[in-house]
Design a protein around this ligand. Structure first.
Ligand code: CO
Length: 497
C-alpha cells in the first residue's frame, strides 16, 4: 500500500461527534454495540468452513456444539451469509432460513453476525431495492444481530439500500472495506471510505482482507488512518493463507482495532482464519485481554476436531504458507481456480503468463479489489488474453457489463481504449446500478407461489431461481408429506441436479 501522506482532511477537527449519525445510533441501547477492545468473532460456522470444506458443514453438525460456543464469551458468531446460503440448498438440501432460526434458538447470549454482499445480498448479481430491503428485514427478523455489508468495488452506492434497511431494523450496521493493494488504494482513500461509511450510519467498520495480503506494518497504518477520521470501532478480517494474519491482527489491535475474526483451531489457518485459541492466549493478561477462558474453548475445539475428521475428504490440501499469495497478491481461492482452469485446458504452462496478465487487466479495469465477483471476472479475462494470444480479443459478457457500469464505479478511471473494445458505441450507465432493476418481490411471490411455506421463500427464489425450482418443491413435499410432481415445475433448460 502506498504510504502517501497527502492528508486532505483533518477529520478529528472536521467531524463534530454530534454530527455523526452513528453517534446517535450508538445511544440507542437496542442496537448491539462494541464495548471494549480485544474481542473475538468466531468464524467456524461461516467463513472457516466456507474456506476449508467448501461450505459443506450441515446444520445437524453445528447443533451439538452451539451451547458450548454460547458459553465462550465471543463478541459474535459469524454463521450466515457468503456462500452458506447458496450451498445450504444446492448441496445439503437444507433451508438456510431454518438454519438461522435453529442457531438463534440455541445461541442466547452471543450476537449472531452475517456477511452481506451489498446489493448482491448473498447471491451473484445486483437485486432490486425491494428485494434488498425485504432480505435485510427477514435476516434481522430471524435473529441476525450484526450485518457486515460490503461491495466488491467499495462503491458505497451498492451498499446504501442495505445499510439503510439495517438501520431501520435496529440491527448493528457494520460497513466493510474490501482491502486490496493498488496504486489508487492509498491510506487516504481507505480512510476517506471509512469516514463516508460512518456518515452513512455505520456502527462499526470492518477491514476485509480476503486475500491475506494485509501485513502488520500496513495494518497499523490503516487502522491509525481510519481512527484519525472516525472513532467507530474497527474489526479486522483476514485469511491465514500468506501466514501474516495473526501478526496483522496483533498489530492492528495494538493500533486501535477492537475485534478480530478467528476460527477455532481445527478449522483455522491455511485459507481460513487465524486460530482463536492462539489469539486468546496471546492477548491474555494485557490491555487487550479478550476475557475468554481457554478452558471454555476446549470443548469447542474438541468438537470441531471430530467434525474436521468427518469432512476430511473435502479439505483441500492447504499445506503451510502459500508463497504465491505474496508473489502475485491475489486471493488463494482465485489462484487455485486459475490453476484448475488452466489444467482443464492443458495449459498449465501458461500459469506464469496469466499471473503477469492479471495486473494488466486490473489496471485497465480501474483496479477492482479481487473478491466475488470481480476476482472471477478479472481472472477469466486474464486467462483469455493469454490463451487467445491477443489481449481483449475475446471479451466475456460480464466484462462488458463491468465496463458499462453495471457493477458500479471502479476505484480508478477505466482504460478508454479497452472500454471501447468492450462496449463499442453503447453508453455506460452512471447511476447507482440498483436503480436500473425493476422491483422483484411481487413476481417472485407469484413464481414461488405454490411451494411457498414462508415469505422468505420468495427471497430464496429471487436469488437462486435455478436451485429454488428444485429445492422449494422438495421442501414443500417434505413439510406437507405430499407428492408434488416435480416434473411439472422444471422448465426445459437443463441444469445439474
Ligand atoms: Co473471509
Amino acid at each position: 500500500m502506498p504510504k502517501e501522506k497527502t492528508v486532505r482532511h483533518n477529520a478529528q477537527s472536521e467531524v463534530s461527534h454530534n454530527e455523526n449519525p452513528s453517534d446517535a445510533a450508538r445511544k440507542n441501547e437496542s442496537v448491539p454495540q462494541v464495548k471494549r477492545k480485544g474481542m473475538i468473532m468466531e468464524t467456524a460456522l461461516r467463513d472457516a468452513h466456507q474456506s476449508l470444506i467448501a461450505t459443506r458443514m450441515r446444520t445437524e453438525d453445528m447443533i451439538p456444539v452451539l451451547e458450548a460456543m454460547d458459553d465462550v464469551g465471543y463478541y459474535s458468531l459469524e454463521m450466515w451469509g457468503g456462500a452458506t446460503f447458496d450451498s445450504c440448498m444446492r448441496f445439503l438440501d437444507e433451508d438456510p432460513w431454518e438454519r438461522l432460526r435453529i442457531i438463534r434458538k440455541s445461541i442466547k447470549k452471543t450476537k449472531l453476525q452475517m456477511l452481506l454482499r451489498g446489493q448482491n445480498l448473498v447471491g451473484y448479481r445486483h437485486y432490486a431495492d425491494d428485494a434488498v430491503r425485504e432480505f435485510v428485514k427477514y435476516a434481522v427478523g430471524n435473529g441476525i444481530d450484526i450485518i457486515r455489508v460490503f461491495d466488491a468495488l467499495n462503491d458505497l452506492r451498492n451498499m446504501e439500500i442495505a445499510a439503510d434497511q439495517v438501520k431501520k431494523e435496529g440491527a448493528h450496521l457494520q460497513m466493510c472495506i474490501s482491502y486490496t493493494l493498488s496504486p489508487v488504494h492509498t491510506l487516504d482513500a481507505f480512510a476517506e471510505l471509512a469516514y463516508q461509511m460512518s456518515r452513512m450510519g455505520a456502527d462499526s467498520i470492518a477491514i476485509k482482507d480476503m486475500a491475506g495480503l494485509l501485513n502488520p506494518v500496513d495494518c497499523v497504518s490503516l487502522v491509525k488512518a481510519i481512527k484519525a477520521k472516525t472513532d467507530i470501532p474497527i474489526q479486522l478480517h483476514s485469511h491465514y493463507t500468506s501466514g501474516m494474519a495473526s501478526m496483522a491482527y496483533y498489530a492492528g489491535l495494538e493500533a486501535g482495532a477492537s475485534i478480530v475474526d478467528t476460527a477455532i483451531s481445527p478449522f483455522s489457518m491455511g485459507t481460513s482464519q487465524p486460530p482463536t485459541e492462539s489469539l486468546v492466549a496471546a492477548l491474555a493478561g494485557g490491555e487487550l485481554d479478550t476475557g475468554i477462558k481457554l478452558e471454555n474453548l476446549v470443548p469447542v475445539a474438541e468438537y470441531f476436531k471430530k467434525i474436521r475428521e468427518k469432512y476430511s475428504n473435502l479439505i483441500a490440501d492447504i499445506g503451510g504458507v502459500d508463497i504465491n499469495i505474496l508473489r502475485y497478491q491475489i486471493p488463494g481461492g482465485m489462484y487455485s481456480n486459475l490453476v484448475n482452469q488452466l489444467k482443464e485446458q492443458n495449459a498449465l504452462d501458461k500459469l506464469e503468463d496469466v499471473m503477469k496478465e492479471i495486473p494488466v487487466v486490473r489496471k485497465a479495469m480501474g483496479y477492482p479489489p479481487l473478491v466475488t465477483p470481480t476476482s472471477q471476472i478479472v481472472g477469466t479475462q486474464a486467462t483469455l488474453n493469454v490463451l487467445t494470444g491477443q489481449r481483449w480479443k475475446v471479451i466475456p459478457k460480464e466484462v462488458k457489463q463491468y465496463f458499462l457500469g453495471y457493477y458500479g464505479t471502479a476505484p480508478a478511471p477505466l482504460d478508454p481504449e479497452v472500454q471501447k473494445l468492450a462496449i463499442g458505441d453503447e453508453e455506460p450507465i452512471t447511476c447507482r446500478p440498483g436503480e436500473k432493476i425493476a422491483p422483484e418481490m411481487e413476481s417472485a411471490d407469484k413464481a414461488a407461489g405454490a411451494w411457498s411455506l414462508q415469505p422468505e421463500d420468495s427471497l430464496t427464489w429471487i436469488m437462486f431461481p435455478q436451485v429454488a425450482k428444485d429445492f422449494l418443491p422438495k421442501k414443500y413435499a417434505r413439510a406437507t408429506k405430499r407428492d408434488v410432481g416435480l416434473n411439472e415445475l422444471v422448465d426445459n433448460s437443463a441444469y445439474p441436479i
